[in-house]
Write a protein that binds this ligand. Structure first.
Ligand code: SF4
Ligand code: SF4
Length: 357
């Protein structure tokens, strides 16, 4: 059995203070705003942590909304037009020079989101060096859920309230406190270096709590044919038009998704000026009509039905074709944050129901 520890309910400030000595600890806090939201922020002494699922997933820890890939400066000799030089500067946000990041009280669906990102960014023919540097210095402590909510469907897509994928430590609430179970060598090291009490004797209580959480979920539809069925409706224009009818193309579903990773590359600044120019990578949104508009003006996905088809097909058909798993973790944020409540579950379930032609 891996390392198991116990922390009392009032022990988090000490625990987080200890973790913060060597890590940038991101913990869920309430963001004071017109509309209440819970976000991950760097924990500091006295900051009240709230153990709720966050409004925004912690994806930014490995894939920032906007990051500088490189800076460059150019020079030219006015007396000799062929004498042009270019120098590359250091990357300002070099992950290897900053503290490792530790996400505290992540949720299982969001931890599985890191596993979804790992495949294309680390396991393809080329590893993305920016992602790799951040991912290598990331640890995740996941708070297992005590039940689901009406937009959660993690158990439809291979996860569950205590799924360990993507987590270094699973933390489960029991009476008077929380049991922490290491799931990886990094998690073991983290718990061994803590001053928390041993939790092996009370681990059965955590197991019972996890079982009860699973038992509280509504039965899931069988998605074993989802990959083929979603692929089979790809050319069914009416199917996609009907499902996309209410969509506003706002992109909230993509920006709130822990498993979406489309990005755009842009250049800013003037390489001949003293500050130089920067190449930026920023999150992009495949639900926007601009996403596929080419310089010629041609747009391969000018209709919102084509864009919804792309998004759902990627998550339930093409990504699994490449990687063997869905690129949706059932967190439900695309449903709860969609202004017209477009429900990705309906799209998939309805695709399953379409008779093969
Ligand atoms: S959040 Fe809803 S309305 Fe906005 S792009 Fe996504 S599906 Fe369309
Ligand atoms: S597609 Fe929707 S439910 Fe699935 S991981 Fe993304 S936001 Fe969550």
């Amino acid at each position: 059995m891996r390392v198991i520890r116990f922390i009392q309910s009032d022990g988090f400030p000490d625990f987080l203070a200890r973790l913060s000595r060597n890590n940038r600890v991101l913990a869920p806090v309430v963001k004071p705003a017109g509309k209440r939201s819970v976000v991950f922020e760097q924990w500091r002494e006295g900051m009240p942590v709230i153990l709720e699922k966050t409004t925004v997933p912690p994806k930014e820890a490995v894939l920032p909304q906007c990051e500088t890939l490189f800076v460059c400066k150019k020079s030219k000799n006015p007396d000799n037009p062929e004498d042009v030089g270019m120098t590359l500067g250091t990357v300002p946000e070099d992950a290897s020079t900053t503290l490792p990041t530790l996400i505290f009280a992540c949720r299982s669906c969001d931890a599985r989101g890191f596993a979804v990102l790992d495949r294309p960014f680390l396991k393809g023919p080329f590893a993305d060096p920016y992602y790799k540097a951040r991912r290598a210095r990331l640890a995740v402590i996941t708070l297992t859920c005590s039940t689901g909510c009406n937009t959660c469907f993690c158990h439809w897509v291979g996860g569950g309230p205590s799924s360990p994928e993507g987590s270094d430590v699973l933390m489960t609430e029991i009476e008077d406190g929380f049991v922490l179970q290491a799931m990886t060598p990094a998690g073991e090291a983290l718990l061994e270096s803590s001053n928390l009490a041993d939790g092996k004797d009370i681990f059965p209580k955590a197991e019972a709590a996890r079982k009860a959480a699973w038992a509280s979920l509504l039965p899931a539809p069988d998605l074993k044919n989802a990959q083929q069925k979603v692929a089979a409706v790809f050319k069914n224009e009416q199917f996609w038009r009907e499902h996309a009818a209410a969509c506003l193309s706002c992109g909230a579903c993509t920006y709130f998704c822990p498993a979406c990773y489309c990005f755009n590359i842009t250049d800013e600044g003037d390489a001949f000026e003293a500050d130089g120019a920067r190449r930026l990578r920023s999150w992009d949104n495949c639900m926007s009509s601009l996403f596929t508009r080419e310089a010629s003006g041609h747009n391969s996905r000018a209709q919102k039905a084509q864009r919804l088809r792309n998004r759902v097909s990627h998550k339930f058909s093409t990504y699994p074709e490449n990687w063997g798993k869905f690129s949706c973790n059932g967190c439900g944020r695309c449903i709860s944050n969609c202004p017209v409540h477009l429900d990705i579950r309906d799209v998939v379930v309805n695709a399953l129901a379409v008779e093969d032609e």
